[in-house]
Design a protein around this ligand. Sequence first.
Ligand code: ZN
Length: 455
Amino acid sequence: MQEIHARHVLTPNGWEQDRIVRIDSSGRIDEVSPALSGLEGSVDLLLPAPTNLHSHSFQRAMAGLTEARGPDPSDSFCTWRHLMYRFLDRRTPDHVEAIAALAFVEMLESGFGSVAEFHYLHHASGGRAYADPAEMATRIARAADLTGIGLTLLPVLYMQGGCDGRALEGGQLRFGCDLDRFSVLHQSSAVALKALPEDTRLGVAPHSLRAVPSNALRQAAELVPGAPVHLHLAEQQAEVEEVEAHLGARPVSWLINHHTPDERWCLIHCTQMTAGETRRLASTGAIAGLCPITEANLGDGIFDGVTFSNAGGRFGVGSDSNVHISLWSELAMLDYSQRLRDRRRAALATPHHSTGRVLFDAACRSGAQAAGRHAGAIAPGHWADLMAIRTDTPGLCARHGDAWLDSLVFGGHGEQHVVDVWSAGRHVVQQGQHIARDRIALAFMDIMKDLEDVM
Ligand code: ZN
């Protein structure tokens, strides 16, 4: 049994003072009770550590490498994708493990307690099978184990190069599976995850409407009944046009018309929706998985968070390309994009709560739902995904209640206030740093030397 003494705790009942949070040996919160005696050694502020609901960890190594213009300025996304394929070509399982480990360390240090890893780099160069079909998934699992981050692994089904059914080519061959090959890969991934702690989850991720035909999308979703289903949806205008031309409707409309997205589903991006689609999606119970920093980096567009929230929709955030791993900056970028579009302030605030509180609550609740993880709240029975925040800093010293969250999100340097992080009770960030950071950072830098000539 671990005990955390906290001066202030954000619980489902709101802000509570002078509490002891007890964590049982399985990593679940056992009890939140008043502290009767002194609070020696207590943390200033204890918050739930949300799930990062969308990550491609291997892309962390590409951060900052895709900021030059290609020859065709109208084709900037394809330029990014082209670089990604070139970079991927030499990636080995050792590389994937080392890069994922560093990305997971950075997520934890930022205040995320767990990650939903949308994992699609399955095979060796040219699509050749590894001896173990889940070799790469095993490496992601090892990186999670090494860092202690809570993992929801989402093996990706990627079948075709576009809605017209064209074959995969070049770099895409490393992602590709037909349904039979995917089914084997998925089962092998389940075996690989058995070595991980009890909070680990396995879901499934049909890559996108471009990469997976409708009947295969249905079969993939049925592969793991009750588990999370994640899908990239309506990210780019070109994708909308392609889906409309081949399937006869815009992506979000088509998905709702032909499938039944519900609480199991997490739809990533949704930056290209009409107001009608936004309201329809909100009513499904599915999570909109937003990645505001990556969406800004790629020039995707702006998710209509205002209409979606007003219609009762649920959204969470993910770091996607991992170009910049920051829980707090993702949340700020989300609201700033709404403000810039609508020319108004505090876009997602409600009459009851300020913007930072609304965004943080959404990240906790929706992240947990998207990951299929009983977490996101400091309450008995939930996984102890927690972060301790120091408030004796210039940024937080004169704040209280929701203003703590507003200052962490909008005041900058949110990460610098994160002192401790627990993932399902595993105390992996201490004194502001991951306990294995030095070793993992060195391994990452060795890998980068190895890859230098392709950059
Ligand atoms: Zn993605």
